[in-house]
Design a protein around this ligand. Structure first.
Ligand SMILES: [Zn+2]
Length: 251
């Protein structure tokens, strides 16, 4: 498959122009014109780059790419170390941040929704008719059973701000990754549970003050879905060898 064809297909599916994002979405580093082998992963870390080179990748597709708003724009130090093997080996880097969170069937949030068996009622912040940032719905869970289910599905023990009791949860919000700042909006929309990847001190207080069960279930752990689902889709649709490489971290 031609790289240009791959990029335009992904742009079509993921609709990056609909999102106001913190990093460029789409092709971030250009490699060879023909793509046969794609490595997908959560983050374009050195570990993933080295594994992709080892695997003979022509392109890497990630959720957390490079060139984030506010970072030092020079290609020096660790940024150079990560970039050099891509250029030396003609490997392209494709990164899709919010568009990969929000895809209605292949996204991170859709994947988390599916494994938890949650219904969708509304988006925390709508973007298009069929996609938005974070979702709210329902599921048959108590504070304790949702913690256990998250740990079982994500292989990550969540931090939970409420005692692990059999108190039923009526309205569950979820937004994969680092969505601390969406807690208040979710509360305003009536959520009594909030699942995301990370937590910080002020967010924990806010959750407790509203009696909301906040689950920090791992930034990496909650964002493995999109790279795997999109990779699987590409492998089924095109003549491509696609492989997901997991590089877990304790956050
Ligand atoms: Zn993320």
């Amino acid at each position: 498959m031609q790289l240009t064809e791959l990029v335009s297909y992904l742009d079509d599916v993921l609709q990056p122009t609909a999102f106001k994002d913190y990093a460029p979405n789409g092709l971030q580093v250009q490699g060879k014109a023909e793509v046969k082998k794609i490595i997908t992963g959560v983050t374009a870390s050195q570990r993933l780059i080295d594994a992709a080179v080892e695997a003979g990748a022509d392109a890497i597709l990630v959720h957390h790419g490079w060139f984030w708003k506010g970072e030092d724009p020079t290609i020096t130090g660790q940024k150079f170390n990560r970039l050099k093997p891509l250029i030396d080996n003609g490997i392209s880097m494709l990164g899709y941040h919010l568009p990969m969170d929000a895809h209605p069937t292949l996204g991170n949030n859709a994947g988390l929704q599916a494994v938890l068996g949650l219904t969708h009622e509304q988006f925390i912040q709508p973007v298009l008719d069929d996609r938005g940032i974070g979702q709210i719905g329902t599921g048959d869970y108590t504070v304790a059973s949702l913690a256990a289910k998250l740990e079982a599905e994500l292989a990550f023990k969540p931090i939970v701000t409420e005692p692990l009791t059999d108190k039923p949860l009526n309205r569950i919000a979820w937004c994969t990754g680092g969505a601390m700042s969406y807690l208040q909006t979710a509360i305003d929309l009536g959520a009594d549970a909030f699942i995301t990847g990370e937590i910080n001190e002020p967010t924990a207080h806010l959750a407790q003050e509203f009696g909301v069960a906040y689950y920090a279930a791992g930034h990496h752990a909650t964002e493995r879905f999109g790279p795997q689902l999109i990779g699987q889709h590409l492998g089924e649709k095109f003549d491509l060898d696609v492989q997901f490489i997991d590089c877990p971290i304790p956050v």
